[in-house]
Design a protein around this ligand. Structure first.
Ligand SMILES: NC(=O)C1=CN([C@@H]2O[C@H](COP(=O)(O)OP(=O)(O)OC[C@H]3O[C@@H](n4cnc5c(N)ncnc54)[C@H](O)[C@@H]3O)[C@@H](O)[C@H]2O)C=CC1
Ligand SMILES: CC(C)CC(=O)C(=O)O
Ligand SMILES: [Mg+2]
Length: 347
């Protein structure tokens, strides 16, 4: 069980340290953790946000525990040198095309979400976000219009195989979870989305037990706060999934609670909180590490088949929250380390 630990920038360092403490406390006999630089810190040390040494470490590992990348000092760099390219590069390079982002409200947090408690109580959602395509990976650049204006462009595209493989992930998840799959697109405007919808409908024929629906992304954003309980699984593209999952985090209380798994064809996976490096609170012991701790649980489940250990971590997080251990993101005053301690105490 060799895990590459890529803590990255800002609160990535702080939250990953707590997840590592939790993993070590499980005393798994074969656990091996190897640190590697990624993001802005890697750029500063090695001249690249995803140095070859880091890729080497990752390729020799069974899974990645990832913190976050992003550093305001690096925002003026050429795009290929910016910290965010590291996470995009890892996802693409390693073929991690399926990003699972569960959003479930923990018992006792129903009053602390951005929704009315009776609405929040119903949320038990999995967002399946495509991670290797869409506008994030299309041709992009700056050009000058015939009229002399500067123009930025980013090409949005999906080919049918890319849609088909993520559709299968969505259908399988929906089958396991409760039977409803909602495919979110913008087929009323975008050709990319029209193909997405056509292919999802094709794939649906293989999953007669799954109730498939389609929703435009603008409506989905609204429905997510109006009645999140209507969704079991949402399958959507890279951009829409990125946005809707940040929104879903506030339906369960905080972005500091949402974990994720990025998977490819095999057991290898990258596990990270859905949030970024949060420069506004970095280095202040204010970050909630629970999303990263829960990502470590997803890693044990998906990459190593350690269901009991994963459930143990999840139960410890739930108990810590039920005991009132809350960071500033949930209106409490527990620090990052204190939250980590509380999870450890409840393991
Ligand atoms: N996967 C990754 O590494 C990601 C990296 N980023 C990068 O992170 C940097 C900051 O981006 P933002 O748009 O500000 O998004 P962000 O997710 O870092 O922060 C958004 C807001 O949520 C708060 N927040 C985030 N995580 C929290 C936690 N664990 N506990 C308590 N509060 C938390 C922050 O303080 C901030 O107010 C940028 O450079 C961005 O590109 C953003 C998202 C994902
Ligand atoms: C920083 C971006 C590359 C990605 C992002 O916001 C995300 O994956 O949630
Ligand atoms: Mg995001």
């Amino acid at each position: 069980m060799k895990i590459a630990v890529l803590a990255g920038d800002g609160i990535g360092q702080e939250v990953t340290a707590e997840a590592v403490r939790v993993l070590k406390a499980l005393e798994l006999p074969s656990l091996e953790l190897v640190d590697a630089d990624v993001g802005g810190i890697a750029y500063k040390r090695h001249g690249h946000p995803l140095p070859p040494e880091t890729l080497g470490t990752v390729r020799a590992s069974d899974a990645i525990l990832f913190g976050a990348v992003g550093d305001p000092d690096c925002d003026a760099l050429e795009r290929h040198l910016r910290p965010e390219q590291a996470i995009l590069g890892l996802r693409k390079e390693l073929g991690l095309f399926a990003n699972l982002r569960p959003a479930t409200v923990f018992k006792g947090l129903e009053d602390l979400t951005s929704l009315r408690p009776d609405v929040a109580r119903s949320i038990d959602l999995l967002i399946v976000r495509e991670l290797n395509g869409d506008v994030y990976f299309g041709e992009k650049g700056m050009r000058t219009t015939p009229g002399g204006l500067r123009e930025g462009y980013d090409i949005m595209s999906y080919n049918e195989d890319e849609v088909r493989r993520i559709a299968h992930v969505g259908f399988r998840a929906a089958k396991a979870k409760g039977g409803r799959l909602c495919s979110v697109d913008k087929a009323n405007v975008l050709e990319t989305s029209q193909l997405w919808r056509d292919i999802v409908i094709e794939v649906a024929a293989e999953y007669p037990e799954v109730a498939l629906s389609h929703m435009y992304v603008d409506n989905a954003a609204m429905q997510l706060v109006k009645d999140p309980g209507q969704f079991d699984v949402i399958v959507t593209g890279n951009l829409f999934g990125d946005i809707l999952s940040d929104q879903a985090s506030m339906c369960v209380g905080s972005i500091g609670l949402l974990a994720s798994a990025s998977l490819g064809e095999g057991s290898f996976g990258l596990y990270e909180p859905i949030h970024g490096s949060a420069p506004d609170i970095a280095g202040q012991d204010k970050a909630n590490p629970m999303a990263t701790i829960l990502s470590a649980a997803m890693m044990l489940r998906h990459s190593f088949g350690e269901e009991a250990q994963a459930a143990r971590i999840e139960a410890a997080v739930a108990k810590a929250l039920a005991n009132g251990v809350k960071g500033g993101d949930l209106g409490g005053n527990a620090g990052t380390r204190e939250i980590g301690d509380a999870v450890l105490d409840n393991l």
